[in-house]
Design a protein around this ligand. Structure first.
Ligand code: HEM
Length: 192
């Protein structure tokens, strides 16, 4: 049935719906964005086909505070390999244990492309595509995108446990004592 024939719509509603309809279908980019929105809503709301692992975050002890390079971070992609189902994500040079958010970042989740990786560029550019395997210094990002990354870092810091720094190639690991309870409050940029 066309919009003209729908008896339920008043003329104001009809012109509003028509406007939105025309707007959405005015360009391929809009159509692609609408498709992406529906896809992500579907991925977030649909139950995963894989059997859900028995709440791994409850069984896993807190991850020892440590700095990691990209290769080590990759182990924590939520699979049962080295990381034993744990998921870590780096944002703005900080690594967070996001195992609590497994339904987002774990296998089959809408943001699984970030698992075991540096999500900064994806978060800055609003893209959920898997990010590059190479170290990314983000130097080409616009100031507004870098601001976006910082905002995400704050959100991750609020919600998840901080693990350590993401090491640049050739950078040396810091040492953390076993009783360091929340190293996220330490100023890592401080040079001493
Ligand atoms: C296009 C449509 C999108 C929809 C409808 C959508 C929907 C949502 C919803 C409903 C949540 C909150 C879930 C909750 O707390 O229970 C969420 C969280 C999130 N979204 Fe999206 N999203 C979309 C696109 C994106 C894109 C493109 C990115 C990539 C930058 C993204 C990254 C995230 C992240 C990182 C979280 C936080 C998950 C957490 O709490 O750890 N989203 N999204």
């Amino acid at each position: 049935m066309s919009l003209d024939e729908d008896p339920m719509l008043t003329s104001t509603e009809e012109s509003l719906v028509r406007m939105m309809w025309d707007e959405v279908f005015s360009s391929w980019l809009n159509i692609a964005l609408v498709a992406a929105i529906f896809f992500l809503i579907y991925k977030i709301l649909s139950p995963t086909k894989e059997p859900r692992p028995a709440e791994p975050e409850r069984d896993l002890p807190p991850l020892k505070k440590q700095d990691m390079d990209l290769k080590q971070l990759r182990e924590y992609d939520g699979s049962d390999n080295g990381g034993k189902g744990r998921v870590c994500v780096a944002v703005n040079g900080k690594i967070f244990d996001v195992t609590r958010g497994r339904r987002f970042y774990g296998p089959g989740g809408p943001y699984s492309g970030f698992a075991g990786r540096d999500a900064s560029r994806g978060l800055a550019t609003f893209s959920v595509e898997p990010v590059s395997d190479d170290y990314d210094d983000l130097s080409d990002l616009k100031p507004s995108e870098l601001e976006q990354v910082k905002e995400w870092e704050l959100q991750f810091n609020e919600k998840y446990d901080y693990v350590g720094r993401l090491l640049k190639p050739g950078e040396i690991k810091g040492s953390y004592s076993d009783d360091e309870s929340d190293i996220s409050e330490v100023d890592h940029d401080k040079k001493d």
